[in-house]
Design a protein around this ligand. Structure first.
Ligand SMILES: O=c1[nH]c(=O)c2[nH]c(=O)[nH]c2[nH]1
Length: 302
């Protein structure tokens, strides 16, 4: 039996790029990204014989990230990912697929040129382009070139675009129950009609059409998730997950689906009665692990 090369891709991972935009009045704006590029295409020779004629070096990919940040600016992580993915697939005959994954670390403004890093929230974007068609899924959209894309790249292959976030830590100190679950020989969990519900949201949403303003969609999706978490009287984190996903799709018509991963960050009431104190649950132990992990996709019917 012969041995053959399977699916493969290569690229420069985690190029950290910080773009400063300087306005005439001395006010600066900051965009802080971690960009990972992975390319695929006609790359058999480099694997089988070491002939690198078809290989665009990963060092060049890193340089392209920096050059595009300078030349085109970074309107949004999604638009920047599209710009890069289109460039790599349109400019090199041997490169037919590109996946660009971006993390954006938000900074809060302190002054005209001073900033502080925002907590744990990270915005994410992912763009996949294949000149032989989108990577997968029926709802991929033909992607218009971002406003700042070079004209030569405007007629390129369809793209799949995902946005999202991680590390959005949320907590309700009441309005959460967990009762009526299966009880078997190993169940010790007591039913509770009042508990802390806390999670760190990991969300990824797929665009079915590409909006003019990705940042507006991001803000609307984030705000809808937060409002749904805070406003839902929860009987399970699963129910809260669906409410959050539904709220995002209702707020954002450009999105086809949202995938949510919600760790249940357990808070256990500490029994203070041995210390002669009352039993009201006011002191909690924030447990690190193990944690429940509730995962689900919410999508439009059809
Ligand atoms: O919201 C919850 N969902 C569960 O499935 C579960 N399981 C558990 O032990 N606690 C919880 N809480």
């Amino acid at each position: 039996m012969g041995i053959v090369l399977g699916p493969n891709r290569y690229g420069k991972a985690e190029t950290r790029v910080v773009r400063v935009s300087r306005a005439a009045d001395g006010t600066h704006a900051l965009t802080d990204l971690n960009v990972s590029v992975a390319l695929s295409g006609d790359l058999v020779d480099t694997h089988l014989t070491g002939d690198n004629a078809n290989v665009l070096p990963t060092d060049t990919q890193k340089n392209t990230v920096y050059a595009f940040a300078k030349q085109h600016g970074i309107a949004s992580p999604e638009a920047f990912g599209l710009l890069l993915a289109r460039h790599f697939t349109a400019s090199q005959e041997t490169i037919t697929g590109a996946r660009v994954e971006i993390e954006e670390y938000p900074w809060n403004r302190l002054g005209p040129h001073s900033f502080s890093r925002e907590g744990s929230l990270v915005r994410t974007a992912s763009v996949r382009i294949s000149s032989s068609g989108p990577a997968s899924g029926p709802a991929s959209a033909p992607a218009p070139a971002p406003a700042s894309a070079p004209a030569s790249e405007s007629a390129s292959a369809p793209a799949e675009v995902f946005g999202g976030l991680t590390g959005l830590t949320l907590l309700n100190s009441t309005d959460s129950e967990f009762t009526g679950f299966i009880v078997d020989d190993y169940t010790t969990l007591a039913e509770t009609s009042d508990r802390i519900l806390a999670t760190a949201v990991d969300a990824r949403w797929r665009f079915s059409s590409l909006p003019a303003d990705f940042n507006a969609v991001f803000g609307a999706a984030r705000d809808a998730m937060i409002a749904a978490f805070a406003g839902t009287y929860s009987y399970s984190l699963q129910q809260t997950l669906f409410a959050m996903g539904k709220a995002v799709l209702e707020a954002c018509p450009d999105l086809a689906e949202i995938r949510l991963r919600l760790p249940n960050k357990h808070h256990f009431a500490v029994d203070c009665t041995p210390f002669g104190l009352d039993a009201a649950p006011e002191v909690f132990h924030a447990d690190d692990r193990p944690y429940g992990l509730i995962e689900g996709t919410v999508l439009r019917e059809g």
